[in-house]
Write a protein that binds this ligand. Structure first.
Ligand SMILES: C[S@@+](CC[C@H](N)C(=O)[O-])C[C@H]1O[C@@H](n2cnc3c(N)ncnc32)[C@H](O)[C@@H]1O
Length: 207
């Protein structure tokens, strides 16, 4: 059942450092969108005891892997995985969903928005705008295009390979994502450069 994502082993430490730097040391509810194998939640929670973690994904196979990793680590702070499609009306309207808190302090999504249709980016932002309280954070991780930053050759070829696998996939323009986020009262707060031309992008919910 347990899937092993090679990217997890490359990005877990840089992203842990980001979370340690940006999150307050208070009890925090975290909803993870598109948890995939489900390895990040137990890793982050084992280093950050103030987090209570709700992993989610759109695919049953991922749900099984997330729950298998949860069982393997036996961490009470990691909750059972919830089946969630961020393009669903229920998520985008911020409606109550069985297995998820009505509000979260942090919503984290790693490596989803370029490996899903742009509707998933829009849905993620809409739901995050509903679920986060003022001051709450949406944290994205992955590669981005930026107007004032050269597109790294490795990201360019990754972008081409994504689009050849599915024309709806591809590395997103950060300014486009930020513009849509702003319509949901999510203001771009900071970007943090990470290894292999990836970014952590932090949005904060405004009043
Ligand atoms: C490349 S994987 C990333 C998994 C994990 N976050 C990681 O970094 O290892 C992309 C994930 O996005 C999920 N996904 C794609 N479309 C989605 C949607 N509409 N709603 C929720 N999850 C979605 C897929 O099921 C997959 O697990």
């Amino acid at each position: 059942m347990k899937q092993d994502a090679p990217a997890f082993h490359r990005n877990k430490e840089p992203m842990l450092k980001v979370l340690q730097a940006i999150l307050p040391q208070l009890p925090l509810k975290v909803i993870e969108i598109a948890s995939g194998s489900g390895q990040h939640g137990p890793y982050f929670c084992s280093h950050l005891s103030n987090l209570k973690w709700w992993p989610t994904d759109i695919y049953e196979g991922a749900i099984n892997s997330i729950n298998a990793w949860k069982q393997h680590h036996s961490l009470t702070t990691v909750q059972p995985a919830c089946l969630l499609d961020v393009t669903s009306e229920q998520w985008m309207r911020g409606q109550t969903m069985i297995g998820l808190p009505d509000q979260a302090d942090v919503i984290l999504s790693m490596n989803m928005i370029h490996i899903a249709s742009f509707a998933a980016t829009k849905g993620l932002l809409a739901g995050a705008g509903q679920k986060l309280p003022v001051g709450g954070m949406l944290v994205l991780y992955g590669p981005f295009k930026q107007h004032d930053v050269a597109f790294a050759p490795s990201n360019k070829s990754f972008d081409e390979s994504l689009k050849s696998r599915n024309p709806q996939w591809g590395i997103r323009q950060l300014e486009d994502v930020a513009q849509i986020a702003s319509t949901h009262k999510l203001a771009l707060d900071q970007t943090i450069n990470l290894p292999s031309n990836n970014l952590a992008v932090v949005f904060k919910k405004e009043s």
